[in-house]
Design a protein around this ligand. Structure first.
Ligand SMILES: [Ca+2]
Length: 195
């Protein structure tokens, strides 16, 4: 009986772990592919996030951008920019940058690509820099060039979502690797709407 109980609780634990690791499926009309860094050592400093992007839009209400958000120690949001007022609309590779300041109470900087509406969206070559003593210092971003290929809608080192405790799978979009790149070599991140 004791053995049975142990097996049962082990199964319960495995089930719990699977549930907590599972991505929540959602039929959102937008999605984001993101990463984050701790910013404790960069408080008050300027940062700059850049990426190459190209879009092929299929509707009149599109949204594509690079985005960044500083989360604060009190649970609130500091800096936030998602290019919502100035989205990427060009069907050719171009470099886009957003910049801001790491808030005084900042703990993490989330950043990545965001898309909404119908179309195909490509991103490549993310670069995160912080201004330290007048010099832009590059902060390593894992798989920033998307050369590690996506599998089953998951891009290695990136998560789908905008918070680390709320990873989702937006079923209206397919996330993959594409050979559509600026320099005609390697891969880019491709997000394609299913509609
Ligand atoms: Ca690439």
């Amino acid at each position: 009986m004791k053995k049975f109980k142990t097996v049962t609780s082990c199964l319960a634990l495995i089930f719990f772990l699977q549930q907590t690791e599972a991505q929540e499926s959602t039929d959102k009309e937008w999605t984001a592919v993101s990463q984050y860094i701790n910013v404790n050592e960069y408080i008050g400093k300027e940062f700059r996030l850049s990426a190459d992007a190209k879009v092929d839009l299929h509707d009149s209400n599109p949204w594509a951008g690079v985005w960044a958000r500083v989360d604060l120690s009190n649970g609130k949001i500091g800096f936030f920019e998602n290019m919502g007022q100035n989205p990427i609309v060009e069907n050719r590779w171009k470099r886009y940058s957003i910049s801001g300041t790491i808030d005084k109470e900042g703990t993490h900087l989330f950043f990545g690509a965001v898309v909404g509406g119908s179309g195909t969206f490509w991103f490549d070559n993310f670069q995160l820099e912080i201004l330290v003593n007048g010099d832009w210092i590059e902060i390593p971003v894992e798989n920033a060039q998307f050369e590690k290929e996506a599998n089953d809608n998951v891009m290695p080192k990136w998560v789908e979502g905008i918070r680390f405790f709320d990873i989702w799978r937006a079923t209206n979009y397919e996330i993959s690797s594409s050979t559509e790149t600026n320099m005609n070599k390697g891969f880019s991140l491709q997000i394609r709407s299913q509609k």
